[in-house]
Structure formats: C-alpha cells, structure tokens
Design a protein around this ligand. Sequence first.
Ligand code: SF4
Ligand code: SF4
Length: 285
Amino acid sequence: MEIAIISGKGGTGKSSISAAFATLQKEVVLADCDVDAANLFLLFNPVCEEEQVVISGQKAVIDYDKCIACGECIDYCRFDAIVEENNRVKIIETFCDGCLLCSRICPQEAIDIVDEDKSRIYAGSFKNGRMVYGRLAPGEENTGKIVSKVRDKAKQIAKESGIKDIIIDGPPGIGCSAISSITGVDAVVVVTEPTLSGLHDLKRTLEITSGFKLLTSVIINKYDINEEMSSKIEEYCAQKNIEVVGKYPFDPLVVEAMVNCQSITDFAPDAEISKLIKNSYLKFS
Ligand code: SF4
Ligand code: SF4
C-alpha cells in the first residue's frame, strides 16, 4: 500500500506523523518527497547506498571569450535574468528560466544552454527498511519532477525488495510537488491543525484530493489547542464524507523524540500519543 501524508500548510506535524507511521512497520520504503526541505534523513540517518543526479532544468551561461558586450541579450530576456555589471553582461542564475532565447539571438553565439544538475536523489537503508529522499539545489526548479523521481525510485526499491508498503512524506501546500506526491497513491492522509489557516488550507487540499478521486482521510494534530476550531474541522469533514482517522493532543514528547532523533512511536511507544498514532495507522492495514 502506498500512503501519502500531506498538509495544506507547513508546521502541522506532518513529518513527525510520517516518521511515526514508517517506524510502526517492520519493513517499509519511506519516500521523503518534501524535497525543498527534506529532513527525515536527519532523523533516521540512513546508510546512503545510491546517489542519482537529477537534471532539474536548464540555464544560460556566457562564454566571455566570445561575448562583445553588445547588450542585445539584456533586451530580449523576459525574465530580467541578464544584467550589465562592470561593463560586462552577467546572468543571474536564479532568474534564468532556461528559455533559450538569448542563445538564439546572440550575434556572437556566446551563450550556451547547460543542464542544471546540482539536485540529487539518494536511496539508502534505515532501521525500518529503505529510504529515498531528494535534495533540490538552491535556485533550481522543477520540484514536481524530483518528487516524481523519488517516488519512482521508492516503487522500484519496494518491488525489488518485496516490500509491500510505501510511506510518502509529501511537501506542504498544494503546488505541483504536492500533486506529484499524491497522484495514483492508495490513500492520502491530510494533517491539519485547529487554526483558521489550518481549516482554510485543509479545504484547498481536500479539493485537490477529491479532484483526483483519492481515498482521503484527515488527522487533526494538536486538536486541544483550539477545541472549537477542531469541532469545525470535524464538521467540515463529516459534510464532505471524509473520515477523521486521528485527533492528537499537543504533546511535548513529540519534540523530545525529535531531539533524540527518533519517531515518537519509537521514543515513547507506551505514551498515549503513540497509541493514538498507531490506531490511525491500523485503519490502513
Ligand atoms: S548578445 Fe551575446 S555578445 Fe551581446 S552581450 Fe549578450 S552574450 Fe554578449
Ligand atoms: S535562457 Fe531565457 S531566461 Fe535565461 S537568460 Fe536567456 S533569455 Fe533569459
């Protein structure tokens, strides 16, 4: 079974819950698809066994041996990625879209288009099985493409190792990387918190999962920090026929577990919070 844990916003506790779900399994493939801020490898310190280069896009590079500083490329770039500095033109990498236009119009053929190849995906082992995670290089784009490569690798490993379950820690938000992390999964768990923005972002996320016709359930994390808002979230889910598979109270033990580089279910297996998480996870077994 492939389960994606996502959230409409950051800071809901999504990664802590993903880590707990993963360590409730004897053998699992954990795919950290939060490639902008992958951090589960810090928690589980996997033994890296494979590194893959990901071409996340293209960018322009000037050959100063050929450039005559005519400035034509500055006028053509629609992304304001080319500027003049100290009497020579310079490309601001983070603005460059790799559209090729400057390389086509340069009278000196002084602009090359090269692959952006600093992003990586890694595969390794951790105590509960295998783990795949991506690292998007600063300024590089195409997070959706990297997420999809992380998922492909996770599926390949699961197939080759005979592991049945894949847990995906998805990115927050509803951008293309979040969509890449949920397409075609068996179940989506949306983690939310009882705040106005939490409810707002939950609604947007549920619109997406319902558009993709995905089996979706909700976890309300730290429900006791605002019980009135938690009730509103539950009412909304009931109206939409979406099961709330967990309501967890705020528990400082979760932070303590993270500080000790463990999931909460490993750190304090008998704590109430761990039992609640386990009950949620059992609904997918
Ligand atoms: S168009 Fe070509 S030659 Fe002119 S400034 Fe740009 S890179 Fe240099
Ligand atoms: S490739 Fe496109 S975006 Fe990049 S510098 Fe050239 S014209 Fe601008």
